[in-house]
Design a protein around this ligand. Structure first.
Ligand code: PMP
Length: 431
């Protein structure tokens, strides 16, 4: 029997001392009651909430858990470095090794700079693009998330229109729209941001056409602007190189985070040779950017990426899960859309405009020990085992059965904030 008394007590304590009780992407404010807010530990593909309930985890800490929580190789490297020191007066050898490893693995990269979060890396990319060219405009796909900085946060409260005065928008995977944005910028484009594929909340995911990726590269070359691919979410889940290497496209800059240290706090900006001088000219830094433990963890993570079949195993398990869920949905008579790569799945129900059905199904899975997400893309880890997939599919099958029993009587989506997000997406229509 699942209990949540400790989670409730923690939420109560948090409400007194943390604004809103929790904030940011790990807040459960937009999720059903069954989703725990607080967790106590993780191992492999599993997490335990504050009450000790165990879940097969398809969020992977919103991405970072690539190789399994507490992956032995990563933990060993991190512990060995921690025994020597972490945040010192200067960086350790691990910084140089890590930069060498990334430059050897990522085709377009000639150099690497490190920071902590994805937002640090994307904002640094913007600063660098402007420093290199002396131009102002940055082109971003409508509705694309590149971090919580004022120029891109999806919640503009506390930011100014001026923060985005030089951001112009285009439709993802629409070359004409990108061309229009270039035209509008009238020779003033410093850089274009694109994610490897469309992976936004509350909407179906899709891969760009090779024509779009190559066209974006060409438009940037023609205008002498930089192509910046934001790998923070998708990096190393599609390829061992930058994601658009699969489409034959080399960006000028890529931004990395999340998986880089398999959960240890580190992100990176990688760039091509022609940007080396501009990269040396900007002032970017932070108290913890050069800490050695996350760098040692990242070196160990990349060694696994290079030398193991983590990617093929992760994809195989994720595809097994996708196939099983598709079969179950059909057997129970539900239409679903599973979009994006199987290892970064998004699952929505047909005819579910206020998402009450998707929310019900995900909550039913959570109650059965499988942590699925109803509006954010999910993440697979290479630590998923056959047993994890079997437990997942048993839980999702029961969740479909419960949904079928309750279907006609599921109340409308009660959360006004969720309804507002759905409405905003409908207005945007990225396709
Ligand atoms: N870019 C993308 C594509 C992301 O998905 C995210 C985080 N979800 C970020 C940037 C920002 O990363 P962080 O939360 O580590 O600042």
């Amino acid at each position: 029997m699942t209990t949540n008394s400790r989670d409730r007590a923690l939420r109560e304590r948090a409400r007194a001392v943390i604004p809103g009780g929790m904030y940011g992407h790990e807040s459960v404010a937009l999720l059903p009651e069954d989703f725990p807010q607080f967790f106590s530990r993780g191992e492999g593909a599993r997490i335990w909430d504050a009450d000790g309930n165990e879940y097969v985890d398809y969020m992977c800490a919103f991405g970072p858990n690539l190789l399994g929580y507490r992956n032995p190789a990563v933990e060993e490297a991190a512990s060995a470095q921690a025994a020597l020191g972490d945040t010192l007066t200067g960086p350790s050898e691990a910084m140089v090794t890590l930069a060498e490893d990334l430059v050897s693995m990522i085709s377009h990269a000639a150099w690497a700079m490190f920071c902590k979060n994805g937002s640090d890396a994307t904002s640094m990319a913007m600063v660098l693009a402007r420093a290199h060219s002396g131009r102002r405009k940055i082109l971003v796909a409508q509705g694309a998330y590149h971090g919580a900085s004022p120029w891109n946060t999806p919640n503009p409260k506390g930011t100014l229109p001026e923060d985005r005065a030089h951001i112009l928008y285009f439709r993802y995977d629409d070359l004409d729209s990108l061309r229009d944005a270039f035209r509008q910028a009238d020779g003033d484009v410093a850089g274009v941001f694109a994610t490897p594929f469309r992976h936004e909340v509350f909407e179906d995911q899709f891969l760009p056409s090779a024509e779009f990726a190559r066209g974006a590269r060409q438009l940037c070359d023609d205008a002498d602007a930089l192509l910046i691919v934001d790998e923070v979410r998708a990096g190393f889940r599609l390829a061992r190189d930058a994601s658009w290497s699969l489409l034959g496209v080399e960006p000028d800059l890529t931004t990395w985070g999340k998986v880089l240290g398999n959960g240890y706090p580190i992100s990176a900006l990688l760039g091509c040779e022609k940007l080396r001088a501009a990269a040396s000219s900007i002032y970017v830094t932070g108290s913890f950017w050069f800490s050695a433990v996350p760098m040692a963890a990242a070196v160990a993570t990349l060694a696994v990426v290079r030398t193991s079949d983590y990617l093929e195993r992760m994809i195989a398990r994720a595809e097994e899960m996708r196939k099983g869920i598709a079969e179950q949905a059909a057997a129970h008579g539900f239409g679903i859309r599973q979009t994006g790569p199987a290892q970064m799945p998004q699952i929505f129900f047909a005819d579910d405009p206020d998402m009450r059905i998707g929310y019900f199904w995900a909550a039913a899975a959570v109650r059965r020990g499988v942590y699925l997400h109803p509006y954010h893309n999910m993440f697979a880890t290479s630590a998923l085992t056959e047993a994890d997939i079997a437990k997942t599919l048993a839980a999702t099958d029961e969740a479909f059965a419960e949904l079928k029993r309750a279907w006609a009587n599921i109340p409308p989506q009660p959360n006004p904030a969720v309804l507002a997000r759905i409405k905003a997406k409908a207005l945007l229509s990225p396709r």
